[in-house]
Write a protein that binds this ligand. Structure first.
Ligand code: SF4
Ligand code: SF4
Length: 316
């Protein structure tokens, strides 16, 4: 496994980052024990970087993996908090549930532009204060927007950027992958730590697995790449590929993903429209009394399901 220095943070991370969304309740919904075993295998095999979020509800799975293996990885989490109270609550929750007194990276979740970053300034100030105290090592943003990458690139207080990056630019809300690459170069040149998300478009691009993997791993501006993994077998396969990226194309040329995932709407949907408003990809619509999913736009993030009061949205 190759390790890189994560921008100017002083953290050293594996090129393969364990994406913590998939094992949690928004997607595969593994128990703490099962999810802990999946993460533990990744840690044993040299993955030392885990991405999660307050929204994902996977802190306990991560703690379980740390307890099983005795290995403490670099952990990045994120929160939607925009004020001090919310920021404090989410950092406290992360530390309590992870059983730690420090966290490596804390990000502002789903930033869209300089305007949303400004709107989260109070939370950002709180994280920066914790950084001074040594509780947080690096502060950053996650984003599906090129404008937010550009804004973060110019903001000295922001250390880390977690942008959506895949061969088709699937899920980028405001431009193309070429434009995203230009923005990432600017951020990289400014010393930002950058780790990509959704290299396979949340599963939508699995049919061109080889091309997707070769594309993201050849981007020079990505220090690491977060990949959601839901089973021990998936962990072993991905680690094997990342351990020998030069020959990965050859190894996976015949790979046929068996589990194509999709978002499903259960019949007890109450047609409230909350999920439509929650989806930043405009992949959902409420027409003729029915929720429709635009599968071309859906990146299978599962965020809509967290807004559904009827628990009627599931990815499987
Ligand atoms: S429909 Fe749901 S899972 Fe798909 S992109 Fe929108 S929020 Fe994410
Ligand atoms: S949020 Fe849930 S209940 Fe409301 S429209 Fe969407 S799927 Fe239906």
């Amino acid at each position: 496994m190759e390790y890189r220095e994560l921008g100017n943070t002083g953290l050293i991370v594996s090129r393969l980052c364990f994406g913590g969304l998939v094992i949690g309740p928004l997607q595969k919904n593994l128990s703490v024990e099962e999810g802990g075993e999946v993460i533990a295998e990744a840690l044993r095999l040299g993955v030392n970087f885990i991405d999660t979020a307050d929204l994902y509800n996977t802190y306990q799975h991560i703690k379980r993996a740390i307890d099983i293996t005795g290995i403490t990885p670099v952990i990045a989490s994120k929160s939607y908090a925009y004020d001090i109270e919310g920021a404090k609550k989410t950092v406290d929750r992360a530390l309590t549930e992870l059983g730690m007194d420090k966290i490596d990276c804390f990000l502002m979740h789903e930033q869209e532009s300089e305007h949303t970053i400004r709107g989260h300034r109070e939370a950002l100030e709180y994280y920066l204060e914790l950084k001074k105290q040594g509780v947080i090592k690096a502060v950053g943003i996650s984003t599906h927007h090129i404008a937010a990458v550009r804004a973060a690139a110019k903001t000295p207080e922001i250390d880390v950027i977690h942008p959506i990056t895949n061969i088709n630019g699937l899920g980028i809300c405001d431009g193309t992958m070429e434009e995203m690459l230009e923005a990432l170069k600017e951020a990289y040149d400014n010393g930002k730590a950058i780790y990509g998300m959704k290299p396979f478009g949340g599963g939508n691009l699995l049919h061109s697995f080889k091309d997707c993997l070769e594309f993201v791993t050849s981007i020079p501006y990505l220090h690491s790449i977060a990949l959601g993994m839901q089973s021990i077998e998936e962990v072993r396969m991905n680690v094997e590929l990342f351990n020998d990226l030069k020959n990965a194309g050859e190894k996976i040329k015949d790979y046929q993903p068996v589990n194509k995932k999709a978002l499903h709407v259960d019949f007890w949907c109450e047609k409230c429209g909350k999920c439509v408003r929650r989806c930043k990809q405009n992949a959902l619509s409420l027409e003729n009394g029915k929720i429709s999913v635009d599968y071309e736009k859906c990146v299978l993030c599962g965020y809509c399901s967290s807004s559904c009061p009827a628990f009627a949205l599931k990815i499987y």
